[in-house]
Design a protein around this ligand. Structure first.
Ligand code: SF4
Length: 345
């Protein structure tokens, strides 16, 4: 969804036509300009030719009781996965991909194992959201939250991600508040520093997953370039500038990073650098991708108790979509075959 292109197409029209067109795309969520009764017929035809609202991308999707996973193929054959999570309280969260594949190679992540294809453009990111916004419109629902936690490392595609964020947040776009937009990074320090200076203050999440460099380098290879100390300094700077809370994500892998000592070390690490009011740990159950096992319930409970005793706040992530391989770390374009239902929204 390239809005600069839309501006070009409408450059000879009165200014209000652009606002009308944006309203039709992002609020009314029309799927074809023929639905735009408020526009003159000739302009509808021009927009149909020069700024089509349907896409050549094929969309296949898998659905479970609370999760829908869309596999979107772009015109060059590259595929990405996007997930809609339907919360029990009626909220809807979209987990978007920022890259096709991922170069970071985290050992527990199916996306990382599949390698990297390319960065997505801002319009390819926005398209993922538009797809689900149109789908939710059918049931009178809307998107409440957008999280950049799908395929890819968002800060390796910083400009496109922020362009998409501005449109997601814009009153003329999806009008989703900055507090309802989250970016998760494996710890790309330059990205954290840049985000601190952005006028839009979205939520920041750090995929930490280990409390020391030796262990983290084994499971998150990017740690060699972005060691924990450097990440925490960048987060410290971010918190100082923005006064925003930061979430530290910690995936619980059986026998790898879930010992009592790991919990104590994690709590000490966070306490050393950050105000306890502005940091918390989000424990994520590992979703099997082949090589590891998730920590059992008792282990997660004990791990959490130890961190709580240190007065570091913890939360646990509800597990969405494991059965359709749509959960954290499971996105890999591998479980949707050509017989899967295809929709062209
Ligand atoms: S966990 Fe995130 S950063 Fe790591 S390989 Fe997977 S998608 Fe990339």
């Amino acid at each position: 969804m390239d809005l600069n292109k839309l501006k070009m197409v409408l450059k000879d029209e009165p200014a209000y036509r652009l606002r009308q067109a944006e309203e039709l795309i992002f609020k009314q969520l029309i799927e074809d300009w023929s639905e735009a009764q408020s526009l003159p017929v000739a302009l509808r035809q021009k927009l149909k030719n020069d700024f089509p609202l349907s896409t050549e991308s094929a969309v296949k999707f898998l659905e479970s009781k609370d999760t829908v996973k869309a596999v979107i193929s772009f015109s060059d054959g590259v595929k990405v996965e996007t997930v809609l999570m339907r919360h029990k309280d009626g909220r809807n969260t979209i987990c978007v991909s920022s890259q096709a594949g991922c170069p970071m190679g985290c050992v527990f992540c199916a996306t990382g194992k599949g390698g990297f294809k390319r960065n997505l453009s801002a319009s390819e990111i926005v398209w993922q959201i538009l797809f689900f916004a149109r789908r939710l419109k059918i049931t009178g629902e809307r998107i409440d939250n957008v999280v950049f936690m799908g395929m890819g490392e968002p800060f390796l595609n910083y400009d496109a991600v922020m362009e998409a964020v501005r449109l997601i947040n814009s009153k003329d776009g999806f009008n989703i508040g900055a507090r309802h937009i989250s970016i998760s990074t494996v710890g790309v320090v330059e990205g954290i520093e840049k985000l601190a200076d952005e006028p839009i203050q979205v939520n920041l999440a750090i995929s930490l997953h280990a409390p020391n460099d030796a262990l983290r380098s084994r499971i998150v290879p990017a740690n060699k370039k972005y060691p924990i100390n450097n990440i925490l300094w960048a987060v410290y700077g971010y918190v100082k500038k923005t006064n925003r809370r930061v979430m530290f994500e910690y995936i619980m892998i059986d026998g790898v990073n879930d010992s009592d000592d790991n919990a104590r070390e994690l709590a000490a690490l966070i306490k050393k650098r950050l105000s306890l009011k502005l940091a918390f740990v989000n424990l994520i159950t590992y979703n099997p991708t082949g090589d590891f096992k998730p920590s059992n319930r008792d282990r997660v409970k004990k791990f959490r108790e130890i961190i709580d005793q240190e007065n570091v706040e913890t939360t646990e992530r509800y597990r969405f979509g494991r059965e359709i391989k749509a959960a954290c770390g499971q996105l890999a374009n591998r479980d949707v075959n050509d017989k899967t239902k295809i929709q062209r929204p």
